[in-house]
Design a protein around this ligand. Structure first.
Ligand code: BES
Ligand code: MN
Ligand code: MN
Length: 475
């Protein structure tokens, strides 16, 4: 991005002092991150919530240890439509001084389940450094985001003492389970959360050497679908070929969701018009791990497919395992479907389009039952304000490279809620991941150089905001 109203670079002495502070503290920072990774804080149903509580407590301790907050609390709120309480979040605040802005720093301390332990080179909850990277579940997504906030604030204090900037830290405990109590938390703590700038450290970077400011995210629409054709199971030799089994119905039905080339074939799902960087097929093949001879799916520029078009993925299936597969016609099969929604369309509208498509295409009169619908809206960041300019300048200063404005195919659904509740705040989506991080997958990892540069970026941003003249504070 080239704009003639770019803010001035950070003073070299300030930048150098912050860089030294961040570098000197890296061993401590990595040790603190490792302690967080040791806590298996999976927020999903069916996983022990005591670990999420322990992880909230550990995060609160780190924040209290900084000694700059007026308050550090562990908070939770009810999940609408249920009689459950959401997972604990950590909320800290210090007021600004001398009319300086307040910045809200967001990350999440919950993680995805580790999956099959056997697929990990080192155990998922034993943080392990190999080469430039720290491996472990949550090492990148998003305990690195948590630690980036802690370390950036510490570098600021090390360097300038008691800064003027107001700081709110909000570390959520159930982002990976759909942020179901997020809105209730927002409503309950609206005044504590109020800020001029919101930094969401939960996204990725263009490469390990080039930072990204994320400007667009897809939404999500996930649900379960049970497909039933028979009142009971039967011997597949007795009736197979005449009685439609649910697996056949499921396979045929799911196959209607995509065209021959793998692009989504559901009427009513929309794409977003968006410029994207030119295709780099080799990079794409490498990042996705495409096997020899396997080609990408979809149409248009590769990154347009990922950032700006819908996607539908079957992520789970309940049916007899191969080991238990007897010669039986299955009466019903359940699947989990996870769809991505392009910016510009609401998740509710996208879900309706998919549901209507499935109902219209059910083969053999199969019965369909939908459940566990989880919707999150896409988001487009407004990059026209001073907040984005400040963040881009902080990235230039900290990385010594021109940042790339990117979309991401993943979802951070609560950002739309944040922007709705705080319409005047500058929302900045940053992160500590890189293309090799493999979030959600076995062998998730964090690049330690990226961590250091992300911390420095945030420290620089905080220092800049701490000196930002109130008079120029126009949106
Ligand atoms: N950090 C991710 C979002 C993300 C993914 C950002 C890829 C940048 C690149 C976040 O933790 C996440 O996994 N979100 C979920 C949301 C879902 C649980 C509602 C997702 O995208 O699947
Ligand atoms: Mn995340
Ligand atoms: Mn995630």
């Amino acid at each position: 991005m080239t704009r003639d109203d770019r803010p001035a670079p950070t003073a070299p002495t300030t930048l150098a002092a912050l860089a030294d502070a961040v570098r000197d503290r890296m061993p401590q920072t990595i040790a603190e991150l490792s302690e967080l990774v040791r806590i298996p804080s999976v927020s999903w149903d069916g996983f022990d919530p005591a670990h999420v509580a322990a992880s909230a407590e550990a995060v609160a301790q780190l924040l209290r240890g900084l000694g700059v907050f007026d308050r550090v609390d562990i908070v939770s709120a009810p999940i609408p439509g249920t009689d459950h309480t959401g997972q604990p979040a950590v909320l800290a605040r210090r007021e600004p001084k001398n009319g300086r802005p307040t910045v809200l720093l967001y990350a999440h301390h919950d993680v995805q389940p580790p999956g099959d332990d056997a697929l990990w080179q080192s155990p998922p909850f034993e943080p392990t450094v190999r080469g430039d990277r720290l491996y472990g579940r949550g090492a990148a997504d998003d305990k690195a985001g948590v630690i980036a906030h802690v370390a950036a604030i510490r570098a600021l204090i090390d360097t300038v003492g008691d800064p003027d900037v107001g700081i709110v830290v909000f570390i959520e405990g159930e982002e990976e389970f759909g942020s179901r109590s997020f809105r209730a938390l927002l409503d309950a703590h609206r005044e504590t959360l109020a800020a001029d700038v919101i930094v969401v450290a939960d996204s990725d970077n263009w490469t390990t050497e080039i930072p990204s400011l994320t400007i667009g995210l897809r939404g999500n629409a996930a649900f379960t679908l049970t497909i039933s054709t028979l009142a009971h199971a039967s011997h597949s030799g007795m009736l197979g070929g005449a009685a439609p089994d649910a697996m056949l119905a499921a396979v045929r039905l799911l196959a209607t969701l995509h065209d021959e080339d793998g692009s989504v074939a559901v009427a009513g799902l929309t794409s977003h018009e968006q410029e994207v960087p030119a295709d780099d097929l080799e990079r794409f093949r490498h990042e996705a791990g495409l096997l020899e001879g396997v080609s990408p799916i979809g149409r248009g520029a590769l990154l347009h497919r990922v950032w700006a078009q819908p996607a539908i993925t079957v992520t789970g299936i309940d049916a007899p395992s191969v080991q238990n597969a007897s010669n039986t016609l299955q009466p019903s099969v359940s699947v989990k479907i996870s769809a991505r929604v392009a910016p510009g369309q609401s998740a509710a509208e996208a879900f309706e389009a998919i549901r209507d498509h499935l109902l219209a295409h059910a083969p053999f009169g199969a019965h369909l039952e939908f459940g566990q619908v989880d919707l999150g809206n896409p988001f487009l960041v407004d990059t026209s304000g001073w907040g984005a300019d400040e963040a881009l300048q902080a990235m230039r200063d900290a990385w010594g490279a021109e940042p790339q404005l990117t979309g991401v195919g993943g979802s951070i659904p609560f950002i739309a809620d944040l922007a709705e509740v705080f319409p005047d705040a500058h929302v900045l989506v940053t992160g500590v991941e890189d293309p090799e991080s493999r979030a959600h997958s076995p062998n998730e990892s964090l690049h330690l150089g990226v961590l250091r540069r992300a911390i420095l970026t945030e420290a620089v941003l905080l220092a800049r905001l701490s000196e930002r003249a109130p008079a120029t504070d126009v949106h």
